[in-house]
Design a protein around this ligand. Structure first.
Ligand SMILES: NC(=O)c1ccc[n+]([C@@H]2O[C@H](COP(=O)([O-])OP(=O)(O)OC[C@H]3O[C@@H](n4cnc5c(N)ncnc54)[C@H](OP(=O)(O)O)[C@@H]3O)[C@@H](O)[C@H]2O)c1
Length: 262
């Protein structure tokens, strides 16, 4: 399948790298972009810019521009290509906006995250008009870069965006506290600190993968009157869970607000 990324920035690059890691042929991936920095990054990955004069069968367009540029880009695809199938990665712009411009084309919204680059992505899909067989093709492509979740309601994209799309940043933020302590422990050796954080996170991930209950995992680390228990006690008395949950709720709220701005 030939895929064209309209917009070759952060998320397109992460997705493309994940596709390449999974064995997807570079010859079947193209992009349209105007930003020199992004063009150079894609050139390094050996991804070709789409030449409008080329008579190429394009099976899928992926809209990956900022919301302010999305409708222009969408109209540009409709103007230049017959019956395109379009997936929008764009946050905030609801299906209706696109459908009001053209009701006939196959269209769906998807919300990936940048971990797609490592084939550890989580992509939510809300389908409005892809035919079943084409939807399955899209899902199979997306599965190459991670987990795919189908949403039955478009409004759930906001929840997904607030907690998963933004998710990596919350963990980076929390890890900054570890980084600070570790830099002292490791006499400022950032490389060592990063290696420790990577192993810590990998270990946490693999423990959960075993299918264990989170409380059970906590119990395994915390012993009566031990250090972990002291730390956890402090987290509880400072209501860390409530603070974190409020942060997630605010992110979901903001995603909804953005959706209403467009
Ligand atoms: N980044 C994420 O983690 C993430 C996750 C999920 C969804 N998304 C969604 O994905 C979309 C893209 O985000 P991003 O962070 O990848 O943005 P980005 O890094 O700014 O990439 C967008 C690229 O598209 C180019 N572009 C825009 N309009 C164009 C046009 N008419 N012709 C040619 N090139 C054009 C931009 O060029 P200029 O720089 O010159 O404008 C830029 O290089 C957003 O709508 C966002 O909501 C992002």
């Amino acid at each position: 399948m030939n895929i064209v990324f309209y917009g070759g920035g952060n998320i397109a690059q992460a997705f493309i790298e994940g596709l390449i890691n999974s064995g997807y042929k570079k010859n079947n991936i193209f992009y349209i972009d105007r930003n020199l920095k992004n063009k150079n990054k894609l050139k390094k990955l050996k991804i070709k810019s789409l030449n409008s004069k080329e008579s190429l069968q394009i099976d899928l367009f992926i809209l990956a521009v900022k919301p302010k540029d999305a409708i222009h880009a969408y109209k540009d695809i409709l103007k230049n290509y017959k019956n395109p199938k379009i997936v929008s990665f764009v946050a905030g712009i609801k299906t209706n906006k696109y459908k009001n411009i053209n009701k006939k084309i196959e269209f769906l919204r998807a919300m990936p995250n940048t971990s797609s680059k490592f084939n550890l992505g989580i992509t939510a899909i809300y389908n409005s008009s892809f035919k079943k067989s084409n939807l399955l093709k899209v899902i199979n492509i997306f599965k190459r870069v991670g987990i795919v979740m189908q949403l039955e309601k478009e409004s759930k994209i906001d929840t997904f965006t607030g907690i998963i799309g933004s998710g990596p940043a919350y963990f980076f933020y929390l890890l900054k506290i570890y980084e600070k302590k570790l830099l002292t422990l490791c006499n400022g050796d950032r490389k060592e600190v990063n290696a420790i954080i990577v192993n810590l996170m990998k270990g946490v991930g693999l423990s959960i993968k075993d299918g264990k209950d989170l409380d059970e995992l906590i119990m395994k680390v915390a012993s009566k009157k031990g250090t972990t228990e002291a730390g956890l006690k402090s987290f509880k008395s400072n209501s860390i869970n409530k603070i974190f949950e409020e942060g997630l709720n605010d992110a979901i709220k903001r995603s909804k607000e953005i959706s209403n701005e467009y």
